[in-house]
Write a protein that binds this ligand. Sequence first.
Ligand SMILES: NC(=O)CC[C@H](N)C(=O)O
Length: 372
Amino acid sequence: MREEKEVFGVMMRIIISSAGRRVYLVTWFRQALVEAGIEGDVYVLDHDRRAPAAAAADGFRQLPPYTSGEYADQLLRTVDELRPTLFISLNDCELTALSQGLSTRLRERGVVVPCLEGASHRAVADKLRMSRALTRIGVPTPRTALLSDTEAVHALLETTPAVILKDRWGSGSSGLLRRTSEQLRRWLATDSATRSDLGGSPDDELVVQPDVVGTEYGIDIVTPVRGGPVAGVLARRKLSMRNGETAAAVSVDSSPFAGLAAMLADGLGIQGTADVDLMLADHGAASVVDINPRFGGGYPFSHVAGADVPHFLVASTLGLDPHPRWNTYRLGHLGAKHEGIIGFESSPDGSAMGASHQEGAASWTARAVQTT
Ligand SMILES: NC(=O)CC[C@H](N)C(=O)O
């Protein structure tokens, strides 16, 4: 696929579901289409009709919450209406639904849906299961025990001076607490009725892991959208976190992570892109602490350094050769996230309708103008 040549006759509609605040991804997918000369558009689906990403998209449809019995049927109706070529989700709950059969129903409609299959998805969504699954496929990961499994926790405390506790089903570092092993031993020795609250979650919803001293890295493992060998790995060293997401990071050479990426891609059956957090201990050993089978909060740092995963995913969906530059980026490039704001064209009741720079939105604007 060459930027300067138009790909005649190809019309590609991309749906980014649960796009939320990730305006940049909508923009980068739209750019990927334009730069490759592919006619197409990017639609956003979200429960929140004021989701910022909706304002950056060519079109928007509101969906019920994932917990609603209406969610799956409404999603299928929306897909039948919009007939996308590629459907990607940025939300872990939605990815759970996709991995449990919804992706099959979308694929039956001819839509390309990169996601993990059920067992692999369960393995990455649950940190207890993840540690077992990764150990089984030979990927280093911290020893993990459920807080409610007192025996396993005591055994783990023997191996480390300090531990971290985090949400078993959490994303990023949600619910993260640090305790010395001695503090946790004392906490466990206290009568459960009079114990201080530890993070607010029930004991079987928190996992305990050794507090690995080292440097945190984030990588994206990129594979073809229908699965296959690793096509690229993008890496950055995290400098700061905010709300469970990387806030500042510097791009680094990904080659030290190539072996690990291949094991994960093969062991889990990664499709498209997966965001992986790693700790590199001071003595050099890497261990995987979190896996999100989607674009995560770390990808923007690789993109601003020059990588272009949206381009690769578009090419992979259409069976075209990607431009090899998608997988190159400047090393040592520092990125820092900042606040942004986007304007919506509004309907008379104030609900978000889309942005004014797009064709689709232009008719909404006209409709809004007519009715006021
Ligand atoms: N929310 C997420 O995507 C998880 C955090 C992500 N791995 C990051 O480093 O930003």
